[in-house]
Design a binder for this molecule. Structure first.
Ligand SMILES: [Ca+2]
Ligand SMILES: [Ca+2]
Ligand SMILES: [Ca+2]
Ligand SMILES: [Ca+2]
Length: 426
């Protein structure tokens, strides 16, 4: 009898030890399931079509919380100066181009800077991290021809998989991104309706301001590396402008960055380490705005919503600002996590007849990552005798219809859309 009691006590003690070991193992496993990345360094490639006399590769100090500013040294012939012999893998690499309209020397040329994050650290898959700081040194220049695009080779060292093993292809991988520049003519009088395409932050001839430019970034093609948990790449989420943009992920990110003339325009590039087939966002089949007599109908349709939690819709009275959010709560995905798409329709009643509005759609992933689509524009039709009575009616701010009602509404309104589409602006 006593033997049996002792045995059960031992069994209980053993069970307790096993249970606490299991908890410890699970806790350790929870800590260990994260990727690791060390230093990020971005090197500028060859600029297609620029004037070699006006172009330079440069490096500048490693300043983590702001643009480096004036380059330390430049070369007209060697892209290698960005990492040799006195440049480092942690400083800011730059390209400079154009003939300065003010002053002289490379510091007065226009150009881009990229300073990678020196220590990314531990990050779970699909989680945004600060890749590096981007600056457009948008200086007044004369250039012929102008710079239209340039590649940025981003090398990430110290890559480790979830289990801290080195990826099959090695711990240092290079990911290539394409940066395009829409270097606009600064004189607003040279644009239709005297309107700069991306707005004008610094007034023209004040003394050297003018129409803002636009920088975009895209990923082509993906470099992949292999971990036990799967194939991975570094996906660009986009720009977040501002001087503290490296401190916290504050979406929305955008693949476009509008930059002011005669200014040092700073933005952070945020990225994530992900399965290359993991879509950054939803896939849109269509996104349209249609102006009616007293409202604008904004509709969109998705092909798939694999990562999608929902949408936000923004309205602006110009094409270059995202404007104000018009939905009070996230418009929920009708097919969250689904390979199937859905249709959406929002009626914006808070609009003025004769006015054109631009709408930008933002998708919000489960991870919190966001992406912008559009803008699309529509003009509220001018009032006619028939609709004057309707204008005095109270306009509820915004109404969102979803699910089967959307399909029904879309079907019913389809004939009307075809007629009205001919009258849309843009
Ligand atoms: Ca360097
Ligand atoms: Ca750095
Ligand atoms: Ca410019
Ligand atoms: Ca410009």
């Amino acid at each position: 009898m006593s033997m049996k009691r002792l045995g059960s006590r031992r069994a209980a003690r053993l069970a307790t030890i096993l249970a606490s070991t299991l908890i410890l193992v699970l806790a350790l496993a929870g800590v260990a399931i994260a990727l690791t990345a060390g230093n990020v360094d971005g090197v500028w490639g060859d600029p297609p079509g620029t004037n070699p006399q006006e172009f330079r590769w440069c490096y500048a100090p490693d300043i983590t919380d702001g643009p480096a500013g004036d380059p330390t040294s430049c070369s007209t012939s060697s892209a290698g100066i960005q990492n040799e012999p006195t440049s480092t893998l942690t400083d800011e690499n730059q390209v400079r181009y154009g003939d300065p309209a003010v002053g002289f020397g490379s510091a007065n040329r226009s150009g881009f800077g990229f300073n990678g994050n020196n220590d990314v650290g531990s990050i779970p898959a699909d989680t945004p991290f600060f890749l590096g700081r981007f600056t457009h040194y948008n200086r007044p220049i004369y250039a012929s021809p102008i710079l239209t695009d340039i590649s940025l080779d981003v090398t990430v060292s110290g890559l480790l998989c979830d289990d801290d093993s080195v990826p099959t292809e090695g711990s240092t991988q290079t990911f290539t991104y394409d940066i395009t520049l829409d270097e606009t003519n600064n004189n607003p009088n040279n644009w239709p309706n005297n309107t700069c395409p991306y707005g004008m932050t610094v007034p023209y001839n004040n003394p050297y301001g003018g129409c803002d430019d636009r920088v975009t970034i895209s990923q082509v093609p993906d470099t992949e590396f292999t971990c036990p948990e799967g194939v991975r790449t570094v996906q660009i989420l986009g720009f977040i402008p501002g001087d503290d943009c490296e401190l916290a992920y504050t979406p929305p990110t955008s693949s476009a960055f509008v930059t002011a003339e005669s200014s040092q325009n700073e933005a952070c590039l945020w990225a994530r380490i992900s399965d290359p087939t993991n879509p950054l966002a939803i896939t849109l089949a269509s996104f349209e705005a249609t102006g009616l007599a007293d409202r604008i109908v904004v509709s969109w349709e998705t092909v798939s919503e694999l990562q999608n939690a929902g949408f936000n819709l923004y309205r602006s009275q110009n094409s270059y600002e995202v404007g104000e959010r018009i939905n009070t709560e996230l418009i929920p995905s009708q097919a969250p996590g689904s390979a199937q798409g859905a249709a959406y329709l929002v009626e914006d009643l808070d609009v003025t007849p004769g006015q054109t509005y631009w709408y930008t759609l933002e998708d919000v992933e489960f991870s919190g990552s966001t992406a912008l689509h559009g803008p699309v524009s529509a003009k509220v039709l001018a009032p006619t005798a028939v609709t004057l009575n309707d204008l005095s009616a109270d306009s509820p701010a915004t109404s969102a219809i979803s699910g089967w009602m959307v399909l029904l509404a879309v079907g019913v309104m389809l004939a009307g859309f075809v007629a009205f589409r001919r009258m849309r602006t843009n």
